[in-house]
Design a protein around this ligand. Structure first.
Ligand code: FAD
Length: 551
């Protein structure tokens, strides 16, 4: 239904491609498809974020500038203090529902993937060799930086120096990570961020800028996609829900040749599939019993696929250490009561602590541990200056590539998505490797003068500690959700595990694709946004090469 504040979609308008969701997956592919000469509509349910796109959310000290909270690296953790109007309300996890999705709200960590990230879990055509060109294109546009402040200095680096120096003494090797993505075993380095010119940067400042310069590109914010409209396996348009602003009605794709790309994230894309009658029968029956029921596509046209299974996230384990050298900076305080000289240097030159990600992230370090099952498990450790004391560092261990545990997401009667089976440490060898990796860190830091372990305490073994933390998202979650519309050759309609094929086409359809974190078969080593942008680039090449659907 069209509400008064929503513009109705005109029925004579059609787009070659409709991309739903403007996150790490959606923006790059929308740009590439429009670059190829197609008409592209990018639909985003949230409001503008970055000032460049008309965003307005900001603290007082940014009044009079075109910057918002999303643009200033030092304000990136504001999402935790004040998520209202920014985070998704239909997902039981933290996710950005604004223009840019996760790339607008995240901490900007930006990693060139280790070759094993592709080679371990991805199928033919998606191996590290196949992804080289896409990787180069992405890093040419968004190179990332290890020193975001525009004067090249790193501010408040005491924590980095103490912890990095200690690892160095224990034999870990310093690397510039994105120059040597393959060196991820007992190595450490500075964080790399997608920031540019002292601001957030990333897809919003690159791909979206080039897309928007083309007449063929259209962006609709504040516009919620409800479902795709389809006849059998052919999608003819997208139904938009009025949520008080934006567009409403059914927007069509170009007859016969048009395509729809779901890029609404690891929860948003499955939700759209469920509401479009695509998924496991139990989930479709739930949707059938909601307000969607009367207009939902008939069960004779349902496409049964394992959407929502294969859910994964980095399993996170926080430890805390303290050292007298470490200096805390109150990044949360920078919202209401910033240090004036720091806002000045930031506003005047994009320098100083506010040009760096809160809460002073780094060092990052890596180790690979072989499990009893022979599988290499990649660990990514991420330190930040935050914790119980002013001299604390919280260090999060993430288990990535090689992890075997999986969970499931489902939908509720209220049409919210939930993590119904958390994916954490369900595999014994995952758990053993996590314990082993913690022991390895404890050993490496054992001789460091002045260093105190706050968590785990000295009288708790690594195993007891790991077992003591509940395997639930609030305690182990990393906001790196993937896998709910898995890519593969084993067609899920025939009992396989895959929802999309190697061109990211949803099985059982001829013009519906998924291009976001959902399609990733298994976890990558580090924070995943760069990997998702790379796969979006690669997907564009594949989709553009496909012949149009047979009419
Ligand atoms: C707080 C936080 C911090 C993070 N930090 C980092 C980091 O430092 N580095 C890193 O690499 N990764 C980080 N991540 C993870 C990373 O941002 C995500 O993995 C990535 O953005 C996922 O990309 P995506 O395209 O799958 O989905 P998203 O980026 O989530 O984009 C999905 C988009 O779809 C929109 N949408 C959803 N449903 C609909 C609908 N029905 N209609 C219209 N639009 C819809 C959403 O509003 C959103 O804009 C972080 C994530 C969070 C939440």
């Amino acid at each position: 239904q069209t509400g008064s504040a929503c513009s109705s979609v005109s029925s004579d308008q059609a787009f070659d491609y409709i991309v739903i969701g403007s996150g790490a997956g959606g923006i790059p592919i929308a740009d590439r498809l429009s670059e190829a000469g197609h008409t592209v509509l990018l639909v985003e349910k949230g409001p503008a974020s970055s000032g460049r796109w008309g965003g307005t959310m900001k603290p007082k000290w940014l009044d009079g500038t075109n910057l918002t909270r999303f643009d200033v690296p030092g304000l990136c953790n504001q999402i935790w203090a004040d998520p209202v109007g920014v985070s998704c309300t239909d997902v039981d996890q933290m996710a950005g529902c604004v223009l840019g999705g996760g790339t607008a709200v995240n901490a900007g960590l930006w990693w060139k993937p280790h070759p094993a990230d592709w080679d371990t879990n991805f199928p033919t055509g998606w191996q590290s060799q196949d992804l080289l060109e896409a990787t180069n294109r992405v890093f040419a546009r968004i190179p990332g930086t290890t020193h975001p402040s525009m004067d090249g200095n790193r501010y408040l680096s005491q924590g980095f120096d103490m912890l990095g120096g200690s690892l160095d003494k224990a034999g870990w090797k310093y690397v510039v990570a994105n120059e040597h993505p393959e060196e991820k075993n007992r190595t450490y380095g500075h964080s790399t961020f997608m920031y540019s010119f002292g601001e957030r940067g990333g897809p919003l400042a690159t791909y979206l800028v080039s897309a928007s310069s083309r007449k063929t590109f259209t962006l609709w914010t504040h516009t919620v996609a409800k479902r795709v409209v389809r006849t059998g396996g052919h999608v003819t348009g997208v139904e938009l829900e009025c949520n008080g602003a934006g567009h409403a009605g059914v927007v069509s794709v170009t007859p016969k040749t048009g395509r729809v790309i779901l890029a609404a994230g690891a929860f948003g894309s499955p939700k759209l599939l469920f509401r479009s009658g695509i998924g496991p029968t139990d989930q479709l029956n739930i949707v059938k019993n909601t307000t969607d029921g009367p207009t939902m596509i008939g069960s004779e046209s349902w496409i049964t696929l394992p959407v929502g299974y294969n859910l994964n996230d980095h399993v996170g384990t926080d430890v805390e250490i303290s050292h007298p050298d470490v200096v805390f900076y109150d990044y949360y305080g920078a919202w209401n009561a910033p240090i004036l000289s720091d806002t000045e240097t930031y506003l005047n030159n994009r320098t100083g602590p506010l040009a760096q990600a809160a809460p002073n992230i780094g060092p990052i370090f890596w180790e690979i541990i072989k499990g009893a099952d022979g599988v290499d498990r990649h660990f990514h450790w991420q330190a930040r200056v935050e914790g119980a004391l002013n001299t604390s560092m919280t260090v999060t261990q993430y288990l990535g590539t090689g992890s075997k545990s999986r969970g499931r997401m489902t939908i509720t009667r209220q049409l919210n998505t939930i993590v119904s089976t958390p994916p954490y440490l369900r595999d014994e060898n995952d758990k053993k490797a996590v314990v082993q990796s913690l022991i390895s860190l404890q050993e490496s830091l054992s001789g460091v003068e002045g260093l105190t372990w706050i968590t785990p305490k000295a009288n708790v073994t690594a195993e007891q500690f790991i077992n003591s933390i509940p395997a639930i998202p609030s305690r182990r979650g990393s906001n790196h959700w993937i896998g709910t519309a898995k890519m593969g050759t084993d067609d899920g309609r025939a009992g396989g595990t895959a929802v999309v094929d190697l061109n990211l086409l949803v099985y059982g359809t001829d013009n519906l694709f998924v291009v976001d974190a959902s399609i990733i078969p298994g976890m990558v080593t580090a924070n995943p946004s760069a990997a998702i942008v790379i796969l979006s680039e690669h997907a564009a090449t594949k989709i553009l090469a496909l012949p149009p659907p047979a009419s």
